[in-house]
Design a protein around this ligand. Structure first.
Ligand code: ATP
Ligand code: MG
Length: 661
C-alpha cells in the first residue's frame, strides 16, 4: 500500500469552513494583510540575523548588545546560541523598564482568587517593589546566580513574584505544578539539584484545600540537599514548620530591603528549567536561557495576541506549565501588558466561572485549552450566554489539537462570530508559539493552527525523510532554530540531541504528526507515537476524534489502536457523551455509522467504550498511551502514571473495558 511505503499519515477529514477577521479587527491590527505577513516571514527565514536583531532592539532592553545573532548546528554537535556576548535581565525587562513612563501605575497583574471576594491588583511599580524585596530575601538566604530554586505553589501572586525575583538575581527557577504529588515534586527537586524550595501552607482548588506544605515535607524528607523552604501563608491555618529550614514568606518580607539591582545576565545564561507534561512518557527537564527566550516570548505575545495597551489579557493556564511561563508572566509583563491570573477552575462553583471573571474584569483577550472548551461545551450554552462577554475581541487555544466542532462552539457561542480564534501550536521545548494565525491578517479554518510564526520553518516529512506532498500527513519537523528553542535537558547533555535531533539529522523533531494543505496551512494530526495502522492505512488520532466530537451527542473522544487479527490494528474509541445523553448500544451504532459517513469506512471504530471521563495529564491533555494499553488488555503495565490527574479514571476505564470487549 502506498501509505506504508512512504510512511505518510493519511488525512481523512475535510474541513472547508474559513473565517476572515472583521474589517474592524483587521484595521486596528498590528499586521493587516497576508502579503505583509509573507514578506516578514520570508525575511525572517532568509535573513535571520537581521530580522532577530531588529526584534531584539525593538522589544527588549539590553545592558550590552550582542556580537553575533544566530549560531547553531542541528547536526553532529548540536547546539543553539542567540545574541552571543549580550547582557540583559528578564525581571528588568518585565518591570524596571516600565517604571520610567506612564505604565508605572498601570495594572501589571490582576489576581482573582478562587473565593469570589478575594482579589488583588499590582501596578508595575508595586510588583517591582515586591520582586525586589523577595530577591533580597533569596540573597540573604544565600541563593546566588546559577542556583536552582524549586517553586511548588498554587496560583497566587507570590508565584509570579518568586519567578521574577529568581530572574533578578540570576537564580534558575524550576516550577513544579502545585497539584502534583509529593513523589513528582521529589523527583523534580532531585533532578534539578535545587537547594531552595518556595511553597505555600495550603492551596485552594474547587472548594477543597490542597496540602501543599504537607506534600512538600514528604518530598523534602528525601531531599537532604534542600536547605531553605519558604512558605506563603495562603490561608490562615498553621502547618508544620521545621526550625532552621522553614521560613514564613511574610516574616522574611517584612524585614527585606526593596533595593536590589538586577544581575547582568549573559544572553545564554539559563532562565528556567521546566518539566514537560508527561503525555508520552517520563517528563524532560527542559532548559531555557535568557536572551532568546525573552525576545521570542515578547515578540510572539505582541503579534499573535495583537496586544494593545488598554487590553486585559487572560491566559487560564497554570504557571506550572510553559504556557503560564510565557503568556502569564514573561511575554505579557515584558510587553507592559495587564495580565490576569486566576486561582480557580472553570466549573467551580458553577460552570460559568470563567465567564464571570471575563465579565468582572472586562477581559479582552482570552487564552485557554481545548480540554476546557470541550468541558464547557458539554455543560451547555446557557452558561456563556448568561454573561456579558462583549469585552472579548480575541480568543486563543493551546495544548491539544482543537476539534473543529469545539472551535466552532468557541467562535460562535463565546466569541459571537466577532473574535478571531488563534489556535496556537507549540511545546515546552519551543519556549513560545511556533504555528498560529496572526489574527488581523490570516483567515482561520476550524482545527488548523494555520501558518508558522516569524523565523519558524516547519516541514512535513515522510518516514524516509523525503518531503510530503500537500495534504499528505507526515512528521512535523523544523528545519532551523528560532530564539525561543530550548538549549538542553538539564543535567543530561546527550538527551537534547538524542531526543530531538537523531531521528532526522538537520531537523528538530517535534514528535507530532501534521499535514499542510494547499493554502500552506498546518493541521496537527496527533502524536506520531499514536498513529494507527489499519490495514496498511496510517491514520492520525485527531481526525477520527474530531469526527466523533462533531456528533451532537458526543462531548469528548479519544481514539487508539488495538491488535486486530485481520486489519493489524483496529480502532478503539473512548467516548464521553454530553450532559443528559444516554449511553446506549443504539448510540454506539449511530456513532460508527456517523464516522463511516463523515470520513469513510477505513476510520470506523471497531469498538466503542463509553466513559464518564478520560485519563488526562494534570495540564488537561488526554494520555493516549494509557488508553492504548487498556484497549490491548495490558492493564498490568500502564507505564509512568505520575503525571495523571485522576488515577480513579483509569480504574473505571479498566472495569469498563471488560464489559465492552
Ligand atoms: P511530554 O513531552 O512529556 O510527553 P507534552 O508533549 O504533553 O508532554 P507539552 O510540551 O506541554 O508536553 O505539550 C506539547 C504538545 O502538546 C505538542 O507536542 C502537541 O502534541 C500538543 N499541542 C500543543 N498545542 C497544540 C495545538 N494547538 N494543536 C495541536 N496540538 C497541540
Ligand atoms: Mg512533548
Amino acid at each position: 500500500m502506498k501509505a506504508e511505503k512512504t510512511g505518510s499519515v493519511e488525512s481523512l477529514l475535510t474541513e472547508k469552513r474559513i473565517f476572515s477577521p472583521s474589517s474592524e479587527f483587521a484595521e486596528k491590527a498590528l499586521l493587516k494583510s497576508r502579503q505583509q505577513y509573507e514578506e516578514m516571514w520570508r525575511r525572517s527565514i532568509e535573513k535571520p540575523d537581521e530580522f532577530w536583531a531588529e526584534m531584539a532592539e525593538k522589544h527588549i532592553d539590553w545592558f550590552k548588545k550582542w556580537d553575533a545573532v544566530e549560531e547553531y548546528s542541528f547536526k553532529d554537535d548540536v547546539f543553539v546560541r542567540y545574541f552571543r556576548g549580550a547582557k540583559l535581565n528578564a525581571s528588568y525587562n518585565c518591570l524596571d523598564r516600565h517604571l520610567n513612563n506612564w505604565r508605572r501605575n498601570k495594572a501589571a497583574l490582576i489576581w482573582q482568587g478562587e473565593p469570589a471576594e478575594e482579589s488583588r491588583t499590582y501596578t508595575y511599580l508595586q510588583l517591582h517593589r515586591e520582586v525586589c524585596k523577595f530577591a533580597s530575601v533569596l540573597k540573604s538566604l544565600g541563593v546566588k546566580k546559577g542556583d536552582r530554586v524549586t517553586v511548588y505553589m498554587p496560583m497566587i501572586p507570590e508565584l509570579v513574584i518568586t519567578l521574577l525575583a529568581c530572574a533578578r538575581i540570576g537564580a534558575i527557577h524550576s516550577v513544579v505544578f502545585g497539584g502534583f504529588s509529593s513523589e513528582a515534586l521529589r523527583d523534580r527537586i532531585i533532578d534539578s539539584q535545587a537547594e531552595t524550595l518556595v511553597t505555600a501552607n495550603f492551596g485552594l482548588r474547587a472548594g477543597k484545600t490542597l496540602n501543599c506544605k504537607e506534600n512538600a515535607d514528604e518530598a523534602l524528607s528525601n531531599c537532604p540537599a534542600v536547605k531553605n523552604c519558604i512558605v506563603v501563608r495562603r490561608i490562615d491555618r498553621d502547618c508544620n514548620m521545621m526550625p532552621g529550614r522553614d521560613y514564613w514568606w511574610h516574616e522574611l518580607m517584612s524585614a527585606a530591603t526593596p533595593a536590589c539591582e538586577p544581575e547582568q545576565m549573559d544572553a545564554e545564561d539559563p532562565l528556567f528549567i521546566l518539566y514537560t507534561s508527561g503525555s508520552t512518557g517520563k517528563p524532560k527537564g527542559v532548559m531555557h536561557t535568557t536572551g532568546g527566550y525573552m525576545v521570542y516570548a515578547t515578540t510572539t505575545f505582541k503579534y499573535i495576541f495583537d496586544y494593545r495597551d488598554e487590553d486585559v489579557f487572560w491566559c487560564t493556564a497554570d504557571i506550572g506549565w510553559v504556557t503560564g511561563h510565557s503568556y502569564i508572566v514573561y511575554g505579557p509583563l515584558s510587553a507592559g501588558a495587564t495580565s490576569l491570573m486566576f486561582e480557580g477552575v472553570p466549573n467551580y462553583p458553577q460552570p460559568d466561572r470563567f465567564w464571570e471573571v471575563v465579565e468582572k474584569y472586562r477581559v479582552n483577550i482570552f487564552y485557554t485549552a481545548p480540554t476546557a472548551i470541550r468541558a464547557m461545551m458539554r455543560d451547555g450554552d446557557r452558561w456563556p450566554l448568561g454573561r456579558d462577554l462583549s469585552s472579548l475581541r480575541l480568543l486563543g487555544t493551546v495544548g491539544e489539537p482543537i476539534n473543529p466542532e469545539a472551535w466552532m462552539w468557541y467562535y460562535k457561542v463565546v466569541g459571537k462570530e466577532r473574535c478571531p480564534v488563534v489556535d496556537t501550536w507549540w511545546q515546552t521545548e519551543t519556549g513560545g508559539i511556533l504555528i498560529s494565525p496572526l489574527p488581523g491578517c490570516i483567515p482561520t479554518k476550524p482545527g488548523s493552527a494555520t501558518v508558522p510564526f516569524f523565523g519558524v520553518n516547519p516541514k512535513i516529512i515522510r518516514q524516509d525523510g523525503s518531503e510530503a506532498a500537500p495534504n499528505e500527513g507526515g512528521y512535523l519537523v523544523i528545519d532551523k532554530p528560532w530564539p525561543g528553542i530550548m538549549r538542553g535537558v538539564y543535567g543530561d547533555p546527550n538527551r537534547f540531541k538524542n531526543t530531538y535531533f537523531v531521528q532526522y539529522p538537520g531537523y528538530y523533531f517535534t514528535g507530532d504528526g501534521a499535514r499542510r494543505d494547499e493554502d500552506g496551512y498546518f493541521w496537527l494530526m496527533g502524536r506520531v507515537d499514536d498513529v494507527i495502522n489499519v490495514s496498511g492505512h496510517r491514520l492520525g488520532t485527531a481526525e477520527v476524534e474530531s469526527s466523533l466530537v462533531a456528533h451532537p451527542k458526543v462531548a469528548e473522544a479519544a481514539v487508539v489502536g488495538f491488535p486486530h487479527e485481520i486489519k493489524g490494528e483496529g480502532i478503539y474509541a473512548y467516548v464521553t457523551v454530553k450532559e443528559g445523553v444516554e449511553a446506549t448500544e443504539e448510540l454506539k451504532k449511530e456513532l460508527i455509522a456517523h464516522v463511516r459517513k463523515e470520513i469513510g469506512p477505513i476510520a470506523s471504530p471497531d469498538k466503542i467504550q463509553f466513559s464518564s471521563a478520560l485519563p488526562k495529564t494534570r495540564s488537561g491533555k488526554i494520555i493516549r498511551r494509557i488508553l492504548r494499553k487498556i484497549a490491548a488488555g495490558e492493564i498490568g503495565e500502564l507505564g509512568d502514571t505520575t503525571t495523571l490527574a485522576d488515577p480513579a479514571v483509569v480504574e473505571s476505564l479498566v472495569a469498563g473495558r471488560l464489559e465492552a470487549v
